[in-house]
Design a protein around this ligand. Structure first.
Ligand SMILES: [Cu+2]
Length: 562
């Protein structure tokens, strides 16, 4: 190879620089066609409507799949270029010739929401060839523009219009409950898409118990007081959930007490929202044989209602777990399971992936209802207790919700600084607690309020006691609208600490770790100040009043009113 002499070098560099300038010019006008670029882009994750990582080639189980050809028409078009679908539907793009991409965003401005072939490194504009199939399920309403990275300047663009879901994004005020109210149970009823507030009362005075269900319809954004009447007035602090019998879903409710009473019922009733009728069940809850115990935490899994712990009214928390199967023969609908590791009451509880999690719980100490950080898991199939990271904030007297596979612990608690509006988020896959995303704190701090979720995009809450201990009627609605929000990715294996239970304690079941997708580091848990163990200095009753013969000691002050 002949070396350039000294005099030729300046000319070489001049030509070289001109050539580079020309190539850059060519690149920006003709588009890159051959190799994928490696522009850095933030890693993205695409989640389907169930909060699971979207898997290419697997259409949504509930939504429709709409086909689009890539390179159809004149060879440089998406056909059709406009698709109108609903939340949960899937678009399936099929390449009919070579050298195209599906890249979300507007021409040459990838927004990295989705892209062929695998939702990774969208800004690179990776081109695929004939026979390629790429699918994406749209979990949120919106207009999603996309383009072919090689041919958008000659009109190879498309849009997917997704309707449904909800607006506005985040927390917003809903219409007030028909009454101020507290100690109701919130139940989302999937069969009609409505939210029910079951039982409860309008004040702490005798006779204030609600006798009819309240129904909230997201479509009309309005509450209705239903006609059906509860079988009795012991409807505060019930355990409720949706269970099906012979294919018909009902809202089953167990237990409860009446305002001012220190007794409780073990009865079971079921409410049919479609026919607006109440029926009484056969098998009373064996966890309350003496009419003195209220249900603790509760959750539904596999068409069974689980009640964890309870409140022996003004005596102590309890630790039994009971399983209710509405389809079992009369006389055998209840099955007692392993005990909870400690007594829990009014405990935020949620079923996720076959495991029931408890994050926080009330306890009864020194004659007072207090908040704790008690946290653990229960495996209904194995009938075992597991350890999980403790919630970083003591709370109780509230609910936990399964929202896209995350447990949300919704405010609650009564010991200062509670009640709270904080939403503590537990990821079973990482065994970590966070706050903020995907569901930030709601607006008005409260406890003992009805709340539930559709599981994927909406959360409803209403009523409860506010920070001054007064029942309120305000409602708040959360909507996961707008663009898909990546949630923390399950990566770490849950660290399970053996408990003192003599039987072997299995670790929490890890959620499946998806492969083939980029893995952002989950945000670190946000520790929040934990209230000191000192309850608020309210009057302490001495001997708890119990039903029975004989004079009872006169309590000093007011005992908790369950
Ligand atoms: Cu193209």
């Amino acid at each position: 190879m002949k070396r350039l002499n000294a005099g030729a070098r300046p000319i070489f560099w001049l030509v070289s620089m001109f050539a580079v300038a020309f190539l850059v010019q060519a690149e920006s006008s003709d588009k890159r066609i051959s190799t994928p670029h490696t522009k850095s882009a933030p890693p993205i994750r695409i989640f389907d409507q169930n909060g699971q990582p979207a898997v290419n080639g697997v259409p949504s189980p509930t939504g429709v799949s709409v086909p689009v050809t890539v390179g159809g028409g004149n060879g440089f078009q998406f056909v059709p270029d406009t698709v109108n679908i609903s939340v949960g539907d899937t678009v399936e793009w099929t390449w009919v010739n070579n050298g195209h991409s599906v890249t979300s965003g507007t021409c040459d401005a990838a927004d990295s929401q989705f892209c062929s072939p695998d939702d990774m490194n969208c800004a690179a504009g990776i081109l695929s060839n004939q026979g390629t199939i790429y699918t994406h399920t749209f979990a949120q309403a919106g207009a999603y523009h996309y383009f072919c990275d090689a041919h958008c300047t000659i009109g190879m663009n498309g849009v997917v219009n997704v309707t449904g879901g909800c607006t506005p994004q985040g927390w917003s005020a809903g219409p007030d409950l028909p009454s101020v109210g507290t100690r109701l149970v919130g139940v989302y009823f999937p069969a009609n898409g409505k939210f029910y507030a079951m039982g409860g009362r309008s004040s702490d005075a005798a006779g204030s118990d609600f006798m009819h269900p309240f129904e909230y319809d997201p479509a009309t954004n309005a509450w209705t007081t239903k006609s059906a009447t509860y079988p009795d007035n012991q409807v505060n602090n019930m355990a409720c959930g949706v269970l099906a019998v012979d294919g018909t879903p009902f809202i089953f409710c167990v237990g409860g007490s009446a305002a001012t009473q220190t007794t409780s019922t073990p009865r079971v009733f079921q409410y049919n929202p479609v026919t607006d009728s109440v029926g009484t069940g056969s098998d009373p809850w064996p966890g309350n044989p003496n009419n003195n115990i209220l249900p603790g935490g509760f959750a539904v899994h596999n068409n069974k209602l689980y009640i964890l712990g309870g409140f022996d009214i003004n005596v102590a928390s309890t630790n039994q777990i009971w399983e209710f199967d509405p389809t079992a023969p009369v006389g055998s609908k209840w099955l007692q399971r392993v005990n909870t590791p400690v007594g829990i009451m009014y405990a935020p509880t949620a079923a996720i992936g076959g495991i029931i999690y408890v994050g926080g719980a009330s306890d009864y100490q020194g004659g007072l209802v207090i908040d704790t950080t008690t946290s653990f898991s229960f495996n209904p199939a194995a009938n075992t207790i597991g350890s999980i990271a403790a919630i970083p904030r003591a709370t109780g007297e509230t609910r936990a919700l399964n929202f896209n596979g995350l447990m949300l612990v919704m405010g609650g608690g009564r010991v200062l600084p509670n009640p709270s509006n904080e939403v503590d988020i537990y990821n079973p896959g990482t065994n970590m607690w966070t706050t903020g995303s995907p569901v930030p704190a709601f607006i008005t701090a409260r406890r003992n309020f009805p709340t539930d979720t559709d599981g994927t995009s909406r959360i409803w809450l209403a009523g409860g006691y506010d920070g001054t201990g007064v029942p309120v009627s305000s409602m708040e609605v959360f909507c996961a609208g707008g663009t898909p929000t990546p949630t923390p990715t399950p990566t770490a294996t849950p660290t399970a600490t053996p408990t003192a239970t003599p039987t072997a304690t299995p670790p929490p079941t890890p959620t499946p770790t998806p492969t083939g997708t980029p893995t952002p580091t989950p945000p670190p848990p946000t520790p929040t100040p934990t209230p000191s163990g000192t309850p608020t200095p309210t009057p302490v009753p001495t001997v708890p009043p119990r039903p029975g013969p004989g004079p009872s000691a006169t309590p000093h002050g007011t005992p908790p009113r369950p």
